[in-house]
Design a protein around this ligand. Structure first.
Ligand code: FMN
Length: 146
């Protein structure tokens, strides 16, 4: 059975609820899923033993792109996570009224690619209050690529 790790950073609970919806969907489809809050995760070697890793962060800041507070330590230490050659999907919540809509997702995608991970699917960028059906539909597209 494929093992999937989901690591998320969420301030008001939006990216957390999206992570839960993705996790439930993947479990229903027979995957073994572990969900970790970025606030608690030890990044070093965190990907070991997992077939795929999902990384999710909301976006903050005004003029500059800021990752969600708890996710910053994950982002900064990603080179130690063991992502090279592993399947990685990225997602996050944001608000399109800001200049850099879901900029954290773009930054994450760029970093993960630079680390030699195998990005699967398109990034998921959720605008405003999360539509969990959108999250599930996205997870379905990723599922076919795992
Ligand atoms: C002060 C502030 C700055 C924000 N900056 C951005 C931004 O630059 N880009 C964006 O897409 N969303 C931005 N947002 C919207 C949040 O990312 C959005 O509310 C998101 O759903 C929060 O997700 P979370 O509860 O998982 O942290 C900002 C929100 C606030 C309150």
């Amino acid at each position: 059975m494929s093992k999937v790790l989901i690591v998320y950073g969420s301030t008001t609970g939006n990216t957390e609820s999206v992570s839960d919806a993705i996790g439930k969907f993947l479990e229903k489809n027979g995957l073994n899923v572990e969900i970790r809050n970025a606030a608690d995760v030890v990044v070093e070697n965190m990907a070991d033993g997992f077939d795929a890793v999902f990384l999710g962060s909301s976006t903050w800041g005004d003029d500059e792109i800021e990752l969600q507070d708890d996710f910053v330590q994950v982002y900064d230490n990603l080179d130690k996570a063991g992502l090279g050659g592993r399947k990685v999907a990225v997602f996050g919540c944001g608000d399109s009224s800001y200049e850099h809509f879901c900029g954290a997702v773009d930054a994450l995608e760029e970093r993960v690619e630079a680390l030699g991970a195998d990005i699967v699917g398109d990034p998921l960028k959720i605008d405003g209050d999360p539509d969990l059906n959108e999250a599930t539909a996205w997870a379905e597209t990723i599922l076919g690529k795992l």
